[in-house]
Design a protein around this ligand. Sequence first.
Ligand code: SF4
Length: 212
Amino acid sequence: MKICEIFYSIQGESTYSGLPCIFVRTSGCNLRCLYCDTKYAYENGFEISVDDIIKKIKTYRCRLVEITGGEPLIQIDEVNKLIASLLADDYEVLLETNGSIDIKSVDQNVVKILDLKCPDSGMSENICWENIKYLTDKDQVKFVLSSRKDYEWAKDIINKHFINRKNEILLSTAYGLLKPADVVQWMLNDSLKVRFQLQIHKYIWHPNVRGV
Ligand code: SF4
């Protein structure tokens, strides 16, 4: 499969934020979000077998692995093989996906972090809404906001689809496009029961640093 990078860092998002984690960043993405911070993953990469990825992962003393991209599910067969190998080896596996590709075949033991693309990403027309029915309770749903309009849109989606579900809902800002304090105030004013998150790796290191 084609991989952009494999590295060991701390998880910057989701309820796993702050934990040491091994990242497998796949190469290629079917979307082009206006705020994308991983454009280098569109083309850059190298071919590597699932077995060799596992060998590399085993060089780190860590049992949490996140598969991210780019968009991992454009290589869904290989990604599912990688997931199967990791689960067989008792790794805890997170999968971050942009919400445009069917997640039905992904093993239910994986924690999926499903990004629902807000209107100002420019990509909300690509959302595969069917995915909501394949979420398990431990999966997490993420909205990256670029504007007040995105916040209102996310609020509507949360009220429509997630009010009676157990999924953790994560709100964050597209880095540099929206003030975190504004979003937090809107959430508080609306008593919106969601988790606000910052991409903490962008505060620990320079926001443009790769492989962290
Ligand atoms: S889905 Fe992710 S990698 Fe793809 S364009 Fe959007 S932000 Fe970038």
